[in-house]
Design a binder for this molecule. Sequence first.
Ligand code: ADP
Ligand code: MG
Length: 255
Amino acid sequence: MSPKPVLSVQNLVKSYGSFTAVNGISFDVFAGEIFGLLGPNGAGKSTTLEIIETLKEKTSGEVWVNGMSIDKSPEDIKKIIGVQLQTAGFYPNLNLKELIHLFIGLYQSEVDPLDLLRKVNLEDKANSKYKQLSGGQKQRFSIATTLINKPAIIFLDEPTTGLDPQARRNLWDLIKEIRDSGTTIIITTHYMDEAEILCDRVAIIDSGKMIAMDSPNQLIDELVASGFEKEKEVKKANLEDVFIHRTGKAWRSES
Ligand code: ADP
Ligand code: MG
């Protein structure tokens, strides 16, 4: 017997006039997965997420979150999902504790702001203003705000874009911790190393269509089995390994 999906997307279509941004995408995500949406800019990843998040109207197709239809129960769905706001949504002059209080009010949640900040390793920044944070810290804070309503599933749209290597690893640890504590995660990224390390399964989307879906390992094995060979012999380390090794900072010591 296969488990029930936490998220089920069937034949999702989104058109803007004569342009079809999402062209019949279907996938299921199961509890406890980190599921990656990959694909070039403009492929339709964010549009797909925003429809599932109830922020955008679909043209056709069906979406179920925890068995609830997005057409019939958008308000109930909103209560069990965590959505990352665009960073512009944070008042720059409030400190982190005040910002979390604001969100707790919106969600009528009973989370302790300091507990939440501790979870994302920002407890010592509780009295700092959002605008004073580093890029990695801003991302961690924005992930904290997705956890306020103790969601079953959270959506992270390119959470590591623009971060330095340490901050990126730091965020991977956090994302795994959130998954291990029982939240399913849907993430988009342009970093294939990240998808390979983080995601249980990935879907590759191109021009609004899904062109592959499987575990990273399985997709790589299939490519190799098809006769593909890398042109260069692969070294045992890459430049990123050098960077991490030389800068040597612990992954959590990002300032
Ligand atoms: P991705 O997140 O994969 O980079 P998006 O989902 O943001 O891609 O966009 C998919 C396509 O839909 C792009 O070609 C984009 O220009 C187009 N698009 C997004 N929003 C609108 C809109 N409001 N009106 C017209 N086209 C849009
Ligand atoms: Mg996008």
